[in-house]
Each structure stands twice: as C-alpha cells, then as structure tokens.
Design a protein around this ligand. Structure first.
Ligand SMILES: Cc1cc2nc3c(=O)[nH]c(=O)nc-3n(C[C@H](O)[C@H](O)[C@H](O)COP(=O)(O)OP(=O)(O)OC[C@H]3O[C@@H](n4cnc5c(N)ncnc54)[C@H](O)[C@@H]3O)c2cc1C
Length: 403
C-alpha cells in the first residue's frame, strides 16, 4: 500500500501536467499510467498563444516550448491566411508545433523525481469523505486524500463511480493529419498557412500547415461521417484527394507530395454527469471533450490543471476531509466555467459557420474574414501591437469567436 496526498490516474497531458505542478509545489503525489512512455497518438499538434498564456501560469511553458517548433522562426516568419486560392493576409507567426506524444513526454520529464510514477492501470477506485483507495493492475493499492481522474477518453473507471458520459454530438468533427513535402527542388515560401473552404458543401473547417522540426505538418479538419468515400480516398490517395477538395490550394503551395501515413480520427463531443462526488475530481478529457477543429482542448486541459493545482488543491489539503462541497469549488470555478462555455460554443459555431447554408451564416463567414483582416491591419499600422497578445486569455477565444 502506497500512501500519498494526491493520486493522479492517467499520465496524458492533463495528468502529467498536474503531477509536475503538484510535485514542484512539494505536495506528495503519485502518478499512475500503464504506458512507461506516452505512445504516438493523433491529438493536438500545436499550441497557440492563448494556450501558452494559460500554461505560463503553471511555470511549465518553457519546458513545452523548448521541445516545439516556433513558426515565427521559420522561413518568412509569417502565418498566411488563404481562401479561394488567394492569400488574403500574412500575420506574424505565433504557434508552436509539437506532436502530441512529444508534448506529453516532455511534460512527464518535468515531473520531479519525488513524485512516484507507477506503471500500471488503475482498475478500481473507492472514494469517501476522507480517504480514497485506488487498486492497480499490478496488485498494489494507493491510498490518498484526493484522486485526480485524468484518464482521458476511457470510461470504465467512471462507470464504476456512477459518472455518466453523455455524447452531445457524435462524430462532431474529424481530424486528418499528414506531412507534406514541396515539389522537387522547391521550398515553401510561408512559415505556416491556414486555408479556408471554398464552398459549404466541402464540409471542412480549414486546413492548417505548420512546421514541426524539418517537416511541414498538415491538419485538415472536416465535418463528415467516417464512411464518407472522400475519407477513403484521403487514406489511400491523399494528394489527389486533398486537391480535389481544395482545387485552388495548388496555386499557393504548388504540387506537393504527401509523405508518411495519413492519420484520420473522429471526435465526439461529450460531457460528464454525476461527477460532483467526494474525494475525486475529473480533469481534461475525463471531464468533457472538445472539438479538435475549434482547437481549444489543450487550453481546456491547461485551464483545468492550472485552476486545480494553483488554487483548489492547496486549499483543500489545508483542512481535513475531501467532501463533495470542496470538490464542487473546482467545477464552479468561474475561470474554468468560462473556458468550458467558450470551448463548447466555439465547437458548434465553427461547425455551423463552415457548413451551414443561409444568409445569416454567409454574412458571418464574410464578417469573420473582414474582422480578421481589420485586426491584422491594425497590428500592421501599430494601433494594436499584436492581435493575439493584445487581448487577455479568455478574450483571445472571444475574439476568435468573432473572427
Ligand atoms: C483527433 C484529435 C485532435 C485534436 N486536436 C486538437 C487541437 O488541434 N488543439 C487542441 O487544443 N486540442 C486538440 N485535441 C484535444 C486534446 O488533444 C485533448 O483534449 C487532450 O489531449 C486531452 O488530454 P488528457 O490528458 O485529458 O487525455 P489523454 O492524453 O488521452 O490522457 C489519458 C491518459 O490516461 C491513461 N489511462 C487511461 N486509462 C487509465 C487507467 N485505467 N489507469 C491509468 N491510466 C489510464 C492513458 O494511458 C493516457 O495516458 C484533439 C483531440 C483529438 C481526439
């Protein structure tokens, strides 16, 4: 039996970041995950300024960014915005590309050695007002004052505790990820590029190209069903399938070669119910998922973890017991609630803005580009120093809502 103050189940992005912050604060913590090294997995592949600003509050931004590729330092240092085969804006780069497993593993490396990392699966959780017990697949048990459940998409442990997962939008969006290489003897002119759909019938949110190391990574976000024939084409014949969807893209990026595997992964939107319980708190995807196209899953993870570790856990541990009224303070935290709301509303709004017909959505689509260009122009003439940095955290998302 291991005794600790906090046991974190799951060493993905949320769990590893939690363990790193708590360990650095000297709070006795145990981290549990069956994988000694986080395996390759298609998830978030870049961090934007809003996400980094939240991570900064945990003191771990330097660790993550040192392992990532800053687009502002590549080629022309600009993130191009394009539509209908035309570049409509060139903004200063501000994103850091990093494969998800590298991001998680770098967070794991920031966990201090006095946090014990047990390579096993949590198989049973028993919770109460004061003591929690977690039984592991290796036959041992961890006893703690608090369980942080950060086990991502898996449902078994939540089922045991009577925490229900309600899918609010099945297959809300699909992420298609691959590397591209310029034609023989050519080079890309841009550091990064975002390409918006040409028609609503394309059922796509955008294509984003960004550097990771020496590769140019592509994330294509679409709203389709998994049996859509275009997805099959994309898997087997990716170059032609990409240009069939965005014929005018070739004018900007030229003939490219798709290299390596094409990864395709759908994402459901879901929320938890019955989670307000004594002794256990859910963070990251264990609590609720987000839309990859909206791109705020990582911001949600960092917001959860920052609030939990900087504010709530130190308060909870300062007095005896871990009753449900303590745990509720986290779910009712106004900063967390605001981020969750923004994340949810942006998921639906981006989908509607990308695929809905009708005058209202058509006006919003035009406004989005006009406002985006106005902000960019204001930055160029010095009215704003930077469209991203100008606005504080939550407002970055609100601004994205409007653009
Ligand atoms: C296809 C896709 C693309 C995405 N793209 C973006 C994007 O562009 N931008 C963005 O911001 N967000 C994106 N997201 C969302 C973001 O990546 C997730 O919100 C985030 O990775 C969730 O991290 P997590 O730590 O909660 O879960 P995970 O990283 O899944 O970690 C869960 C951990 O729990 C462990 N575990 C599971 N069961 C047990 C058990 N019983 N015992 C012990 N350990 C256990 C697992 O091994 C794993 O290590 C994307 C998501 C998907 C699915």
């Amino acid at each position: 039996m291991t005794n600790t103050d906090v046991v974190v189940i799951g060493a993905g992005l949320a769990g590893s970041t939690t363990a790193a912050i708590l360990g650095r604060a000297g709070i006795p913590t145990t981290l549990i995950d069956p994988h000694p090294v986080y395996p390759p997995d298609l998830r978030c592949e870049k961090l934007d300024r809003g996400q980094i600003a939240i991570l900064h509050k945990t003191g771990l931004d330097g660790v993550a960014l040192a392992a990532a590729t800053f687009d502002g330092a590549m080629r022309d240092g600009k993130a191009w915005i394009a539509r209908f085969g035309r570049v409509i804006d060139k903004r200063p780069g501000g994103q850091y590309g990093i494969l998800y497993d590298d991001l998680v593993n770098v967070m794991r490396s920031a966990v201090p050695p006095d946090v014990s990392h047990i390579v096993a699966k949590a198989v049973r959780i028993t919770t109460g007002d004061t003591h929690q017990q977690v039984a592991l697949s290796n036959g041992t048990t961890v006893s703690a004052r608090l369980v942080v459940l950060a086990n991502g998409l898996s449902v078994a442990l939540r089922d045991q505790l009577g925490i229900e997962r309600t899918i609010t939008s099945p297959c809300h969006s699909i992420t298609v990820a691959f590397d591209i290489k310029p034609g023989f003897g050519k080079a890309f002119d841009f550091a990064a590029l975002t390409y918006y759909p040409e028609r609503t019938s394309d059922r796509m949110a955008y294509l984003t190209l960004f550097p990771i190391g020496t590769s140019m990574r592509a994330n294509l976000m679409v709203y389709r069903t998994m049996d859509d024939p275009w997805l099959r084409e994309m898997r087997h014949n990716p170059g032609p399938a990409m240009f069939a969807l965005m014929p005018s893209l070739r004018r900007i990026i030229g003939d490219v070669e798709v290299v390596g595997p094409v990864k395709i992964r759908p994402a459901d939107l879901y929320v938890s119910q019955g989670h307000r319980q004594a002794g256990i708190v859910l963070v990251g995807d264990a609590f609720a998922s987000s839309c990859p196209a909206a791109g705020n899953g990582t911001g949600k993870v960092f917001t959860d973890v920052e609030r939990l570790c900087n504010v709530h856990i130190p308060n909870w541990l300062a007095s005896p017991g871990m009753a449900a009224d303590k745990i509720e303070q986290f779910y009712d935290d106004p900063v967390k609630r605001e981020y969750d709301e923004i994340s949810k509303s942006w998921a639906y709004r981006l989908r509607s803005m990308s695929i809905e017909e009708g005058l209202g959505w058509s006006i919003q689509r035009r406004l989005r580009f006009l406002i985006g260009s106005a902000i960019s122009a204001a930055c160029k003439i010095g009215v704003l120093s930077d469209g991203n940095q100008f606005v504080p955290d939550g407002w970055t998302q609100r601004l994205r809502d409007r653009t």
